[in-house]
Design a protein around this ligand. Structure first.
Ligand SMILES: *Cc1c(COP(=O)(O)O)cnc(C)c1O
Length: 343
């Protein structure tokens, strides 16, 4: 389910856009680096096409994650890299293993690319069921997706579990959209294994969700193929500038990430103090909560009326759950105040 823009949310709640507390999209409440705003305002060459080889951007990202530039493929969000990987590896009817509940794009893009999704549910702690994944692999299986930290459950996949999966030889795509909030990454594995791809993005930690810029870290041979099949100008000039300026302002942005990481346990404690909520521990910038008494929708709607927006789940695996992005301290305060009144 796609994200609803702030103006639409504001109109639905009858509050001005600046009063909206948007905790439904795991976006960065502090916004992007001010250097991004300044660089975009003063850029003189928007009339010229961007570099299709993305040389400067690949080099800067390579420096950030400490791999060779040949191993980086930038995309219009990491969503685009998911699509490109599946286009490259899937023939019609090939299988993709999806460890649910998880991010929706693996299922969506597999369908678009003519693949068949093999669903392997996570265990009761939302950990990947390694034996079940291994048992599901056959000769039509081309890709396994593992989000770590997982969205929406917030937990990382233990490196030992990931290693066991990688050692099956199947192509493992580790989606690290939230790695900057967990401090855990398997990017160094890309140099060691031929079947590991890591996805990263500027959307969450760098506050660039609206500009669409993410990347894959891939074995150089696979990266070269992706560069060949991608649309030449897939990352627009504004997005490339924004990513470069973010990496040039890394200390500032790390401070913002730290503020969110520091706020996470406070939000968790306050959610735990609400009688009808059972929050799950999280390594990301959001917290999944079970809502007791079948009240998840009611809670969401009541918050929305006050201009506080969170994500609501009502699927067989997530019946009566909500997901709340970690915001600024004042967002936590407003949210908990509103939740307490719902008693
Ligand atoms: C938000 C999210 C993404 C999307 O990132 P974009 O770079 O904005 O496309 C990818 N994976 C997961 C697990 C996410 O939650």
């Amino acid at each position: 389910m796609p994200i609803v823009p702030v103006e639409v949310l504001a109109a639905s709640a009858g509050v001005p856009p600046e009063r909206v507390i948007k905790l439904d999209g795991n976006e960065n409440p502090y916004g992007c680096s001010p250097r991004v705003q300044r660089a975009l305002a003063g850029y003189p060459y928007f009339h010229v096409y961007p570099d299709p080889d993305q040389r400067e951007l690949r080099k800067a990202i390579a420096g950030y994650v400490n791999v060779a530039p040949e191993c980086i493929t930038p995309g219009a969000g990491s969503d685009e890299i998911i699509d490109l990987i599946l286009r490259l590896f899937l023939d019609t009817g090939d299988k993709v293993i999806n460890c649910v509940p998880t991010f929706g794009m693996y299922n969506f893009n597999t369908g678009v690319c003519g693949g068949k999704v093999v669903v392997v549910p996570r265990n009761e702690d939302y950990e990947v069921d390694v034996p079940a994944v291994k048992a599901a692999i056959d000769r039509r299986t081309k890709v396994l997706f593992v989000a770590s930290p997982n969205n929406p459950s917030g937990n990382i996949t233990r490196p030992d579990d990931l290693r066991e999966l990688v050692e099956t030889g199947i192509l493992v795509v580790v989606d690290e959209a939230y790695a900057e909030f967990s401090g855990v990454s398997v990017v160094p594995w890309v140099a060691r294994y031929e079947n590991v791809i890591v996805l990263r993005t500027f959307s969450k930690w760098a506050g660039l969700a609206g500009l669409r810029v993410g990347y894959g870290v891939l074995p150089a041979g696979i990266a070269a193929h992706i560069m060949k099949i991608k649309p030449p100008y897939n990352v627009n000039t504004a997005a490339q500038i924004a990513a470069l300026e973010s990496l040039a302002d890394i200390e500032y942005l790390r401070g913002r990430v730290q503020a969110i990481v520091d706020e996470r346990p406070r939000l968790y404690r306050l959610l735990r103090s609400i009688a009808f909520l059972e929050p799950l521990p999280s390594d990301a910038n959001f917290i999944l909560c079970r809502v007791l008494g079948g009240r998840a929708k009611q809670v969401c709607d009541a918050l929305a009326k006050q201009g506080i927006f969170i994500r609501y789940f009502d699927t067989p695996l997530l019946r009566d759950f909500i997901r709340i992005s970690v915001g600024k301290p004042e967002h936590t305060d407003a949210l908990t105040e509103a939740l307490k009144k719902l008693g």
